[in-house]
Design a protein. Structure first.
Length: 312
């Protein structure tokens, strides 16, 4: 497959591929009809193969993404690609036991005990293939900020050559980013990467992410499609640009994220090779100025809508 310019700034997130249920819209028809573990593993490998062939070299996963770390570890061992950057996250535990109808799918806990347990699990699966280990969905009120033993344990992973990062969620992402950037251990910044939600509907983290980029942190953008809403239910402004450019609404929304100068890596959440190919068209889209700026909504409203999305 011919590699296009701009693909080096794209990464693949495995949130939609490691478990039978997730909140992304547009995922249902893209996945196997029966979502057994072998079927989902095969689906994940197909998307990983397609992404690698296109030139994508960053893959992001998490302990709470069902069996995503396991699927990725098997693919890495089988394909033997030496140039993949792997990031994962700890802090949420997957609790659904592969049941799509589970009442609770994941449980969050930012404690030293949870970190030690999940680090051991991640290390066993991904070993020296892991490059970045992130605190999953850090918030400004996380107990991590008041736990020096946990901070020290995270910092000690840098002795192994790992970068320590964090992801953010919720309407106060900017506050979290700035507080985390100020956190030091042994006189050095703890975090060197940040992964946050940014899309044309939720732009509030943008200024803080620009500050992080300027300070030298690697900035990853997640949920650039608003959990599929911008692909399945695109606003007329997005749809109009997509029709004019001959691409899907997903490509336009992703192009908006790529247009942010502080966005080092924009993560795709494709659930099938077809979705991935549609996403990749984003690198060929040039947006007219701030044509989509008016779509930004109040953060509380955005996150309230996200909380209503069903796991299926």
């Amino acid at each position: 497959m011919l590699r296009e310019r701009g693909l080096e700034r794209l990464g693949l997130g495995l949130a939609a591929l490691g478990r039978p249920a997730y909140i992304n819209l547009g995922r249902q028809g893209a996945l196997p009809g029966v979502r057994t573990v072998p079927a989902m593993r095969a689906a994940a490998w197909k998307v990983l193969d397609e992404a690698y062939a296109a030139g994508i070299r960053w893959v992001d996963t998490a302990r709470s993404y069902g069996r995503a770390e396991e699927f990725l570890a098997g693919w890495l061992a089988d394909r033997e690609h030496p140039d993949i950057v792997v990031s994962s996250k700890w802090g949420y535990a997957y609790t659904a036991d592969w049941r799509p109808d589970a009442q609770v799918h994941e449980v969050k806990e930012h404690t030293l005990a949870r970190f030690e347990q999940q680090w051991a699990e991640t290390e066993e699966l991904l070993g020296d293939r892991l490059a970045v280990y992130q605190v999953h969905s850090l918030t400004a009120d996380s107990p991590l900020f008041n736990d020096p033993l946990l901070q020290q344990s995270l910092f000690e992973l840098t002795d192994r050559g790992l970068r320590i990062g964090f992801s953010t969620t919720g309407p106060a992402q900017a506050d979290t980013i700035r507080r985390a950037m100020a956190l030091t251990v042994n006189g050095e910044p703890l975090f060197s990467t940040v992964q946050s939600t940014w899309n044309v509907l939720e732009t509030s983290a943008g200024p803080a992410l620009a500050e992080a980029h300027e300070a030298g942190l690697h900035v990853l953008v997640k949920e650039a499609l608003a959990n599929g809403r911008l692909a399945v239910e695109p606003p007329p402004e997005v749809l109009g640009i997509a029709e004019g450019a001959g691409v899907g609404a997903d490509a336009v929304a992703l192009a908006a994220a790529l247009a942010q100068p502080w966005a080092d890596t924009v993560l795709l959440g494709a659930a099938s090779p077809a979705q991935l190919r549609a996403n990749l068209a984003a690198v060929r889209v040039t947006l007219p100025g701030d044509a989509l700026a008016q779509l930004a909504t109040e953060p509380g409203r955005y996150w309230g809508r996200r909380a209503e999305l069903a796991w299926n």
